[in-house]
Design a protein around this ligand. Structure first.
Ligand code: NAD
Ligand code: ZN
Length: 372
C-alpha cells in the first residue's frame, strides 16, 4: 500500500493506493470433497488435451493415486520434493509436457506446499517463454498459465491461496508473484492431511502460526488482514494447545487455519522468522517449516508472547527443534546468509518499521544466526 499527495483544484489530499489482488476462483471444502474432482475437471477439459496430476512422491504406491480420476491421456507425475522446488525442476517438467503433449488441459498439484508451488509454476511455464527464473520477482509473468488446481495434503503454508510460488533459482530464492499465479480451483479435503507425520504436520502448521504472529504484529497490518489472521491464530491454538488427542476436527481446523492464514498474508507480510529462515534455506537447504521453527525458538526479543506460546506448543506436542545448525559455518557462509536475509526488505520493514536498518544491523543478524 502506498500513499501519495494529489493536487486537485488547489486542494491537497491524500490518495491511498491499495493492493487489488487476485483470489482463487473456486473453492470446494469438505471431508471427501476430493471425490468431486472428476466432475470439477470435466468442465475444464479441452478436447483430447490431458489433465496432468503432479503428485507428491510420498503418495507413490499408496491408496490416494488410485482415487485420481484419470481420463484419456491424463497422466500422473510424481514430484520429488526431497528439496524445495527449483526453477530448473519447473523448466524440465514444463518442457517434458510440451514435448509429449504440445498442450495440456490443466495441472493439478496434490501434496504439500512444495508440490502446490511446483504445480502453479509448471502451469505458468506451459504458456510463458524462457525459464521460470526469468519470472522470479513481482508481476513479471505476462500470460495466464494453463488451468491449475491445488489440493493440499499438508496444511499451514497458505500456498493454496497465495499469489506466489516460491522457487530456488540460479541466483535467488524468490517467488513468481503475479495475478496469474493464483490457483483457479482448490480442493480442501481434510481427510487428505490425516496421515501426515506428527513432526511434519507440526512444522508446516507452525508456518501458519508464525505467519499470524508476524503479520498481526507487523506494521503493514490492516483490518482485512487482522480479521483473517486472528481467526487463523485461534484455530492454530485450538489445534496445537491443550494436550488433546488428535481428532478429525483438528485436521479440519488446521486446514482452515492455513486458508485463513494465507488470506491474511495476501494483505500483509511476514517478518523476522521468515527473513532469517530464508538465509538458512538458501545456504543450508533447510526446509521452510522447520527453518521457521528453528528461528522462532530464538527471537523472543521481537515477538515475546508469540515465542513463549510457540515454545509451549513445541513442548506439548513433543516436537524436536534442531539446535546448533549454524555451528562450524565459515565467515563467507555467514555473509551469504546475512546477504539473503537483509535482502528481504519488505519483511524487515513490516517487522521493525521504516527504520529497520538501524535496528537489524549485520552484526545483530550475525549474532542471531550464531545462536541457531
Ligand atoms: P512440503 O510440501 O515441502 O512437504 C514436506 C514433506 O512432507 C515432504 O517429504 C512430502 O513428501 C511430505 N508429505 C506431504 N504430504 C504428506 C502427507 N499427507 N503425509 C505424509 N507426508 C507428506 O512441505 P510444506 O511445509 O507443506 O511446504 C513447504 C514448501 O512450501 C516450501 O517449498 C515453501 O517455500 C513453500 N511455501 C510456499 C508458500 C506460497 O505462498 N507459495 C508459502 C509458504 C511456503
Ligand atoms: Zn511461511
Amino acid at each position: 500500500m502506498c500513499a501519495f499527495i494529489s493536487h486537485f483544484r488547489g486542494l491537497n489530499y491524500q490518495i491511498m493506493k491499495f493492493r487489488n489482488f487476485k483470489m482463487v476462483s473456486y473453492v470446494v471444502y469438505g471431508r471427501g470433497s476430493f471425490n468431486q474432482l472428476d466432475e470439477i475437471l470435466a468442465l475444464q477439459r479441452k478436447g483430447d488435451a490431458p489433465m496432468i496430476f503432479l503428485v507428491d512422491h510420498f503418495f507413490e504406491g499408496k491408496a490416494l493415486p488410485n482415487r485420481i480420476p484419470l481420463r484419456g491421456m491424463d497422466k500422473i507425475i510424481y514430484a520429488d520434493v526431497t528439496h524445495e522446488p527449483k526453477t530448473k525442476q519447473v523448466d524440465a517438467l514444463a518442457l517434458a509436457l510440451k514435448e509429449e503433449f504440445g498442450t495440456v488441459s490443466g495441472i493439478i498439484g496434490i501434496g504439500g506446499g512444495s508440490t502446490m508451488d511446483l504445480a502453479k509454476a509448471v502451469s505458468l511455464m506451459m504458456t510463458n517463454p524462457g525459464s521460470s527464473a526469468d519470472y522470479q520477482g513481482w508481476d513479471l509473468v505476462q500470460q495466464a498459465g494453463v488451468y491449475k488446481v491445488g489440493i493440499p495434503t499438508l496444511s499451514g503454508t497458505g500456498a493454496e491461496v497465495s499469489r506466489t510460488t516460491v522457487l530456488t533459482g540460479p541466483v535467488r530464492k524468490l517467488g513468481m508473484n503475479s495475478d496469474f499465479t493464483t490457483f483457479d480451483q482448490i480442493v480442501l479435503d481434510p481427510e487428505l492431511i490425516k496421515y501426515a507425520p506428527t513432526n511434519q504436520r507440526f512444522y508446516t502448521g507452525m508456518d501458519c502460526y508464525i505467519h499470524c504472529i508476524e503479520s498481526l504484529q507487523g506494521t503493514y497490518l490492516n483490518e482485512f488482514s487482522k480479521s483473517y489472521g486472528d481467526k487463523a491464530l485461534q484455530l492454530c491454538r485450538d489445534v496445537f494447545l491443550g494436550n488433546k488427542q488428535w481428532t478429525e476436527e483438528h485436521d479440519e481446523k488446521l486446514m482452515m487455519a492455513s486458508y485463513a492464514g494465507g488470506m491474511s498474508i495476501a494483505y500483509s507480510q511476514v517478518g523476522v522468522a521468515h527473513a532469517v529462515s530464508y538465509g538458512l534455506s538458501y545456504l543450508l537447504g533447510t526446509k521452510h517449516g522447520i527453518g521457521n521453527c528453528i528461528v522462532m525458538n530464538h527471537i523472543e526479543e521481537y515477538y515475546p508472547e508469540g515465542v513463549a506460546e510457540f515454545k509451549r506448543m513445541v513442548a506439548e506436542n513433543n516436537i524436536d527443534i534442531p539446535q546448533g545448525i549454524c555451528s562450524g559455518l565459515s565467515e563467507e557462509e555467514f555473509e551469504k546468509m546475512i546477504n539473503v536475509s537483509i535482502g528481504m526488505k519488505p519483511l524487515w520493514e513490516n517487522a521493525l518499521g521504516k527504520d529497520w536498518e538501524q535496528i537489524m544491523t549485520r552484526e545483530k543478524l550475525r549474532a542471531l544466526y550464531e545462536k541457531l
